[in-house]
Design a protein around this ligand. Structure first.
Ligand SMILES: NC(=O)NCCC(=O)O
Length: 393
């Protein structure tokens, strides 16, 4: 039988570790992870809690290339949390959200024990990814106001207590502007205040991702937030397929770009390990891909106009959250099937060092692209192709 990306194996890394002899595994890992990513010892208590509560906990250190004379290291521990829904999708909105809060609270406490400074959850982390169904109720009832909704309040308390910046990707209800819905990340500082919000720029129209039924393309541009632990930005899910979207966060000075996502194996798993990593390299920043995990089943059948029989589930959300560095190093991925917390200690000085080494920022031609884009958006734009006069095409 052909292999299927909906299969529920733990991870690529666990398959390699199980089947390769140690010396071969070391070579393969070096090649897969790059030279900069090494294991980080995490506190025993944190490991015990993760085991007891059955979530994956992994720690890495992304070594700085160079000690600098004029700048001290800027070590920051980045955290990524992936979670499955905790209750059936038929439970009440309140019950479902409370159960997810409780679960993620366990992982936030462990993140604190692991000295995480800045952490991000997956896209729309407080709810099932019901945007496949095209039904409005009860799913829109998961939407919350960005600045003072229950989830922001819940996280602001933890952010202050743990001295941790928390990125909170939710379905947002903008009550001040006509009750409009958005797919939004709320940036909560380690002092417990909301620094600002940033919204999803690219809304998918692929497979069962019927998100355009619920919200429009974001109107917040490519904001970067200056925090006590570096300059951060958020490129929500489908934006990771758009190199220009990644580019603009870099142009605005981001040092860490989170990519909270919700995507399924059959659709995107071959793309996953490439996109955030490539963005980190091309834009000289750290990129953090965070994907939902588990299989979610909805009460009613839905279709997506693709000739497939009506069904009740998206398929398997494959987790595999990872962190990539500007030198191309990356951590292994978290589990494909379990909740998890990934911790990586990174030196933000690596961003400038990679700009100095490769000169991607110096050599990029924003002037050329700006000119070409300005022409390409006109309805009468003609593609810039010169044909071979002798070609029979
Ligand atoms: N949530 C979301 O935008 N998913 C779209 C599918 C993908 O980008 O892989």
């Amino acid at each position: 039988m052909a292999a299927c990306l909906d299969e529920k194996f733990e991870s690529l890394e666990s398959i390699l570790a199980e089947h390769l002899p140690a010396d071969v595994l070391a070579k393969v890992n070096l090649s897969l992870r790059g030279p900069g990513s090494i294991d980080l010892e995490l506190p025993a208590k944190a490991k015990e809690t993760a085991k007891k509560n059955n979530f994956d906990l992994q720690g890495y250190e992304i070594k700085v290339g160079q000690k600098e004379q004029s700048r001290p290291s800027r070590l920051v521990r980045i955290g990524a949390i992936q979670n499955a829904i905790q209750k059936p999708t038929t439970a009440s909105v309140q019950e479902q959200r409370d159960a997810i809060h409780e679960r993620v609270d366990q992982m936030l406490a462990v993140a604190h024990e692991c000295q995480v400074n800045v952490v991000c959850m997956q896209e729309a982390w407080t709810m099932p990814f019901a945007f496949c169904t095209r039904e409005k109720y009860p799913w829109v009832e998961f939407a919350e106001t960005a600045y003072d909704g229950p989830t922001t309040k819940f996280l602001a308390e933890r952010a202050k207590k743990y001295n941790m910046v928390i990125v909170n990707p939710i379905l947002e209800r903008d009550e001040e502007h006509g009750d409009v819905l958005w797919n939004t990340a709320v940036i909560i500082s380690n002092h417990g205040n909301v620094i600002g919000i940033t919204r999803k720029n690219h809304i998918p129209r692929v497979g069962d991702f019927n998100e355009s039924t619920y919200y429009m393309e974001g109107n917040t541009g490519h904001k970067v937030f200056e925090t006590d632990f570096g300059r951060i930005a958020v490129n929500i899910c489908y934006g990771r397929h758009h190199p220009q979207n990644w580019l603009m966060y870099g142009v605005n000075g981001a040092e860490i770009v989170f990519n909270p996502s919700a995507t399924v194996g059959a659709l995107s798993e071959p793309l996953w390990s490439i996109e955030a990593r490539n963005a980190a390299i091309a834009n000289s920043y750290f990129a953090v891909g965070i994907n939902r995990v588990g299989t979610e089943t909805f009460p009613n059948d839905f279709t997506s106009g693709d000739g497939k029989p009506a069904h009740k589930s998206f398929g398997h959300f494959y987790g595999s959250s990872y962190i990539a560095a500007p030198d191309g190093s990356r951590t292994p991925g978290l589990s494909r099937v379990r909740d998890g917390l990934l911790v990586a200690e990174c030196d933000l000085n690596l961003c400038r060092q990679m700009k100095d080494k490769w000169g991607f920022r110096m050599t990029q031609r924003l002037d050329l692209y700006a000119d070409s884009f300005a022409r390409a958006i006109h309805p009468d734009y003609k593609m810039d192709i010169i044909k071979d006069p002798n070609s029979k095409q």
